[in-house]
Design a protein. Sequence first.
Length: 430
Amino acid sequence: MSDKSRLKSLQEQLQIKSAEAERISQTFKVEDGGAFVVSTEQAAAFRKVSAEAQEIKSLIDAEQGLVEVKQYLNEPEGPPLSALDYAQRQATEQKSLGDLFVESAAFQRASEGGFRDRPYVRADMEGKSIFSLSAGTVTHQTLGSAQNLGIAERAYRKWHVRDLFPKSSTKQAVLYGARETGWTNNAKQVKERYAADGTSPATGGPTDTWGRAPRSKLSLVPVMYPVAEIAHLLEAHKNILSDEPRLKTFINTRMVEGVKYQEDYDLLHSVGDGQSLTGIYNTPGVQQYTGLATDKHSVQIRRSITKALLAEYEPTGVVLSPTMWEQVEVEEDDNGAFRVALQIAVGAEKRVWRLNVVETTAMADSQFLVGAFGLGAQLHDRESVSVTVSSENADNFEKGLITFRADERVALEVPRPESFVIGTWTQPTG
C-alpha cells in the first residue's frame, strides 16, 4: 500500500471513531440541573472509542512525518561546493522602487484598464535598496547545507550617505532630544574608606569616612529635529506607463536618485530653519581638521580619525567626492604599489582605514567628512522614498502627459557633534 493510501485509510478510520464517540455521547442523560447521568457501560464504551481514536491520530501523525522524511531523502543532492563560482553568487535580481512600482497592485489594476481610469499610482520602498538571489541552489563553503534568505541588502550598488546610518524610523512629525555640548570624565578608582580628609589612606579609627565617587560633567542642550520632506516632479508622456522596462529605469535613475542626491546634500549642508534639516556641516560642535602638506590624502583621513578618537568616539564612515576618492585609491607608495586600493578587482569594497566610504558629488572636492554615524548622528525615516504618478496636473490631458512625484520625509538627529570631523584637504607636496 502506498503512503498516500495508508494515510487516507487511517483518516477514514478516525472519522468512523469520531462518529461513534459522538453517537455514544448523545445517549448520555441530562438532568434538570444540567448534570450528566452516565452508566458504567456507557462510560466504558466512550473511553474505549476515545482511546482508539487517539491511537489512530498518533498513527496519522507518524505517517505524515514518514512521508516528509521520504520526500527529504528523495530530493536530489545539490551541486558540489566547488561548483559555486563568483558568477553564480552574483546572479541577482534587483528589487528597486521601479520593480516595486510596476509590480504593485495599483499599477496592475491601472494597466488592466489600459490606463483609462485617471491613474493615480503610488509605490513605496525601504530606505535601502534590496535584492533577491535568483541563481537557484546556493551552497556555502563549509560542511552542511545553506539557506537562501531571499530578500537582502544589495552589496554592489551606488552608495549614499544614508547607507552609513543604521536603519531607524519614526511616526512623529517633530523629534525632541538633547545635544551633548561638553563632557568631562572624572571617573577613577574609589576605595571603600579614607581618612577624615577624604583623600588620605584610612587609619582604621572612628574618624574614617566612606569613599565617594567623583562627579563627571556632561553639558546638554535641548534640540528639536524637524521631519523634512525632500521631493521633486518630472513629466513624461503617458506611453511610458505601457513600457515597463523603460518605466522602471525612469523611476530608478531619475525619480529616486534625484531624491537621494538631494538627501546627500541636505544631510551634509542643509541650513536648519525650524522646518528644514540641519546638516552635519552646520551643526554646532563639529570638529575641524586641515591636512598637512607632508601627508598624502589617505594619511590626512587617518589623522582626522584620530581627532574623533581623542573625543572618545569611534568613527564608522568617510564621505568624500568622487574626484578625491580617486586620488586616495591611486596613491602609490615608494615602490609604486597602491597604498589603499588593495583589492581593485572582483569584490572590492570601498573602505579606507577600516571605515566604509561613500563618494558623492554632494561633497566638494576641497573637503571630506569622518564620523560616528549612528552614534553621533542618526537618520530617522518618517516616510521612505515613494513615487506617485497622476494624469491630473495642469494641462497634462491636452499634451498627453503624466506627472511623477518622488518624495520622502526624514529627520536628522545629531546628539554628539564632536564625533564628526570636517576635513579640509591639503595638496601633498611629496
